[in-house]
Every structure is written in C-alpha cells, then in structure tokens.
Design a protein around this ligand. Sequence first.
Ligand SMILES: Nc1nc2c(ncn2[C@@H]2O[C@H](COP(=O)(O)OP(=O)(O)OP(=O)(O)O)[C@@H](O)[C@H]2O)c(=O)[nH]1
Length: 313
Amino acid sequence: MGSMMHFPLQAPASARATVLVIDDQPLNIQTVYSMLSQQYEVLMATSGADGIAICQAQQPDIVLLDLVMPGMSGMAVAERLKQDQRTAAIPVIFITASTDPVEESACWEAGAVDFVSKPLNPMTLRHRMQVHLTLRRQAEALQRLAFLDGLTGIPNRRYFDQQADTALAVARRSGAPLTLMLGDVDFFKRYNDLYGHQAGDACLTQVATALQAGLRRPGDFVARYGGEEFAVLLPGLGRDDALRLAQHLCQQVRALQLPHAAGTAGGTVSLSLGVAVTDGNDSVNQLLARADAQLYRAKGAGRDCACVDAGPP
Ligand SMILES: Nc1nc2c(ncn2[C@@H]2O[C@H](COP(=O)(O)OP(=O)(O)OP(=O)(O)O)[C@@H](O)[C@H]2O)c(=O)[nH]1
C-alpha cells in the first residue's frame, strides 16, 4: 500500500517548480519548453498514458495539458488524475485552441484549474502558472500548519484521526492487518520536575524524531497524540512483526541516552508501548482503547517495554 499522506508534510526542498507538458505534438512541447525552461523544470510526455505515469512517479507541481490528443483525450487524462489520490492535488491547466463553450465547461468539470488559449501568449501562460503554483503552495502550507504538531514537527492528532479512519477502511477491504501503537514517555512528570519544562520539550522532540526514524514503510507514520503520548499507525503489520517493531522503537528511545535520574532502571529516558492489531473490524476508538489497555499493562510491567493484545489477526 502506498503512502496515505495526501499532501507533502515536508516543505518543498527546491525553489524551482516542475511543470509537466502533455501534448502529442513534439513541436508544441518545444514551443512551451522555450517559454518556460528558464523559470521551471520542464518534463514532457507525448501521450496521456505517459503523462499519467510521470505524474504518479515524479509528482510535478503543475500540468499543462493539451485538450485534443489521439488515444486518451486531455479531458480523460484530467479526470484520471483527479480520481487518483496520488495525483489529485496536481493542478491541471488545459491548453486549447477551442472556443466552444460546451468544451470549455467540460474542462472545468474534468477538474482543470484554468485554461489558456492557443496561440499561446508567453506572458499569460507564465502568469497563470504562477498564480496556480502559488495557490498550491499556500494550500499545502496551510495543511502543514493544520496537520503538523508545532513542537515536534511530526503529524498531530488531527492528522492521526483522519488517517486512522482511512486505514481501518483499507484493512477491512483488503484483509491486511493494521497495527496501532500508543507510546508514552516514562515518568515524564518527574523529568519535567527535575530538568525543567524546556528540557521536557526538547526531550519530546527527540523522542518523536527517534520514533519517526524507526519506521520504514511508506504508509507508516507516528503522530503526537497528546502531551507525552505518541500514536503509531502501521498498515499491513501483523502481531509478531508489530511486537518486534515495538521493541525496536523502545530501543530507539533508549539509544537517545537522554539522562533521566528519576526514570526507569537504565537511568535514561524510556518509552512504554501498547500495541493492538486489527483486521479492520474495530472502530478507531475501540482500537485506541485496546492499545491503551496494553500501554497500561506495559506501565504495570515495569515500563520501558511493549505489550501486545491478543485480538485478531
Ligand atoms: N515539557 C512538556 N511536558 C509535557 C507536555 N505535555 C505534557 N507534559 C507533561 O507530561 C507529564 C505526564 O505525566 P503523567 O501523565 O503523570 O505520567 P508520567 O509522569 O509520564 O508517568 P508514567 O506515564 O506513569 O510513566 C505531565 O507532567 C505533563 O505536564 C509538553 O508539551 N511539554
């Protein structure tokens, strides 16, 4: 299963945006290339199918799409891009020689954000693109604000709640297991009392980073669930693997070697984890309650350890 994230949680690294031009006429692509290549990375595709494949693999920032193409029409390409969650957020601008109002309406319905008329005016093309690139960046920045935890930089509870519903539905449909872990920093109140709230904040940030670094698969993520509590969602992970991973995550936190004089026996900051595995036939709240019960067991068993429940599968 691919990543469930619908938007980049990381801010874009490069300042230069990437535009994909889809047009069956290489000469037309050449024209657009000459207008844009100074400002943008330009990718090219001469068929709708190739264009869709490039969108899935390379995630361009924007698509310029020829309306009339043999085989798959521009309209069909736009519809396919909008239906696929991996490509739905990529803005599509149609390039068209058509002046037919019916066709124009169909472009909007296919999910286009705009269209520009042939023959192309380079200024108009560049301005339209800039407007939509800016809008996309702003929308993504807002989503990052809404879905990332301000202290630790990892996804927040709101993001977790949204993704958990989707992940449960996927587990139910696919029959693949889904694991939820709830992690809680041990004796964290004492940590704050001993080292101060600021050190506590820094500790939480390091724990979050260590947990994130311990995850490997694209659909996995860790969210800050509450104060010193973390939730980890792991699609496709069954009980045995889940327990192994949970023990590995406890180890990752120990390996930070953050001194905690009033903590567990090792004298460093440690984490307790409660693990619940489902076949999708739980609600989010039921799954959380099961993981929480295991977290309680782990605390009772001396902390710095993981407990997994006996539910399916
Ligand atoms: N520094 C800091 N502390 C926080 C934050 N959020 C919650 N806390 C503190 O985390 C502590 C949690 O304490 P408790 O729930 O009593 O649990 P604990 O001390 O970790 O003990 P056990 O869970 O039983 O191992 C509280 O003192 C909170 O004030 C935060 O964002 N920053």
